[in-house]
Write a protein of this length. Structure first.
Length: 148
């Protein structure tokens, strides 16, 4: 049975494994000291950053991290920043359930939309995203700021 909901303190170790898998997928395999502790604390505070998990038969198999921000043209927007499902659980609905749960959360918190980005080469994810959302054709640009 697949369920989704808030992460619990008992989820900490599995959450870190999943988040590390997400970061590795995007080429960030080495994270700075304290990175995961800081992120977990922020998610547990549930103020600026939010996190949900997907469970398959009670086992955490997927995570979603998201935040809201003001919009110049409408009500606040919800940005789904990180979405990751354990490789062995893919194709079983966890990512779809997490997107739905984030959308429900955003609706309950007065947001006007949920949006996210993915790499153009992430074909498996894009197949799902094309089913549940509109690709409006925007291209994402980024300027990294070195904080060394």
């Amino acid at each position: 049975m697949l369920t989704s909901g808030p992460l619990q303190p008992i989820d900490r170790d599995v959450w870190q494994q999943l988040f590390a898998g997400y970061n590795e997928f995007y080429g960030r395999s080495t994270m700075p000291d304290g990175f995961y502790d800081q992120a977990w604390t922020r998610f547990q505070n549930d103020e600026e950053l939010h996190a949900l998990g997907a469970r398959l038969d009670g086992r955490l198999v997927g995570i979603a991290h998201f935040l809201t921000h003001a919009s110049t043209t409408t009500a606040d927007s919800c940005y789904l920043q990180d979405l990751f499902t354990a490789p062995e659980a893919r194709g079983q609905g966890a990512a779809r359930a997490l997107i739905a749960a984030v959308t429900t959360w955003a609706t309950e918190h007065g947001c006007s939309r949920v949006y996210w980005s993915t790499h153009e080469s992430n074909e498996a994810a894009r197949r799902l995203y094309d089913q549940v959302a509109d690709n409006r054709g925007f291209i994402l640009y980024s300027i990294p700021i070195d904080r060394a």
